[in-house]
Design a protein around this ligand. Structure first.
Ligand SMILES: Nc1ncnc2c1ncn2[C@@H]1O[C@H](COP(=O)(O)OP(=O)(O)OP(=O)(O)O)[C@@H](O)[C@H]1O
Ligand SMILES: [Mg+2]
Length: 322
């Protein structure tokens, strides 16, 4: 296949039926297959979401970037907390433990960016029980990382929640919550160090946890461009001093493009058509982040026969668990 053909394709969705399959769930990005009651086969498709909407075009190589970065960090943090990953039989697939998901997103922030900045700009000085100091501007570093959990709503937008409210709503016990918060901060420190070694700043990120055999597991994706924001370290101070926007590696520029084109996820709005050049620029950004984070060139997967090859690779791996 020539390189042009390679760039024309993307994996929007899958539709498998595996042996012992007990459930199928399509998230905004991932296709999640349950096998018996203890395994998940998770396909990171090339769908992209913004403002909680799946956009009409898929992004070549995005699923691979997500799956491979997540796999890297699940491995690089397994001394901190056990995690769901067992194996990655395809660049876009992880097979792992099916956990009982805790319905809270543990967001850790070290900078006044994104949602935190929007709250602050409107005059808010409390964020999920954290007091924010006066006199900060967008993208300033916070005195220390803070945790700003959000409820993982089964539909619609996620909402901020304080640690006290999590306990009041009995979502987890006090002991578990303490452990989850401690773990989220430890994971963030690890991510921060890793990013710094690679010339990046881990700005903020989101962790999800689940339970299995009454033990806590890290689930879902870790330190990917969908769940995290990164700035370039070398230009950070200078840009802040000059009041300029940061050089970001995240999905933020997709949100900005959508807003410029009249879409911010509100009722009645229509997602603008995404020109091919824009799709290509998203692929390029994800690739840039992959290469910056891993220090290695991405080995682009082949999209030729992807459906069959992926299925075969998953089936072969699943025979090990029969
Ligand atoms: N090991 C695991 N055990 C149980 N659930 C998991 C595990 N790993 C990931 N998940 C869940 O699988 C889904 C992954 O799908 P995806 O990331 O596309 O969803 P999302 O768009 O983030 O959220 P939503 O489920 O609200 O659409 C998430 O709901 C996530 O919480
Ligand atoms: Mg997700």
């Amino acid at each position: 296949m020539n390189s042009e053909a390679r760039h024309m394709k993307a994996l929007t969705s899958t539709n498998y039926f595996f042996k012992n399959q007990t459930n199928f769930y399509r998230g905004k990005v991932r296709d999640v297959y349950s096998i018996k009651d203890d395994l998940l086969v998770v396909v990171a498709c090339d769908r992209i979401s913004a403002f909680d909407h799946v956009l009409p075009k898929s992004i070549p190589f995005k699923g691979q970037v997500l799956n491979e970065i997540a796999a890297l960090f699940l491995e690089a943090t397994s001394d901190i907390v056990p995690n769901w990953k067992i194996s990655t039989p395809d660049p876009q697939v992880t097979i792992g433990h099916h956990c009982e998901a805790i319905p809270i997103e543990f967001v850790v922030r070290n900078y006044l960016t994104g949602h935190a900045w929007r709250v602050y700009k409107e005059g808010g000085r409390m964020l999920c029980g954290n007091k924010l100091p006066n006199g900060l501007k967008e993208n300033d570093r916070l005195p220390q990382p803070i945790i700003t959990p959000a409820t993982k709503a089964s539909s619609g937008h996620d909402e901020d929640i304080s640690l006290d409210a999590i306990l009041d709503n009995k979502l987890v016990s006090k002991k578990q919550l303490d452990k989850l918060v401690e773990t989220a901060f430890a994971l963030f420190e690890r991510g921060k160090e890793y990013a710094a070694d690679r010339g990046l700043i881990l700005v903020d990120t989101k962790y999800e946890f689940g339970k299995k055999d009454s033990k806590i597991y890290l689930i879902d994706e870790v330190h990917t461009p969908d769940s995290s924001r990164f700035f370039y370290l070398d230009s950070y101070e200078d840009l802040q001093a000059k009041g300029k926007p940061q050089r970001q590696l995240s999905k933020e520029f997709v949100r900005e493009w959508l807003m410029e084109n009249g879409f911010q996820g509100l009722k009645g709005e229509v997602v603008p058509d995404m020109p091919d050049a824009f799709v290509q620029s998203i692929t390029d950004r994800y690739t840039e982040l992959y290469e910056a984070m891993t220090g290695a060139k991405i080995k682009h997967r082949s999209y030729e026969n992807i459906i069959d090859d992926m299925e075969a690779a998953i089936n072969e791996e699943l025979t090990k668990f029969e």
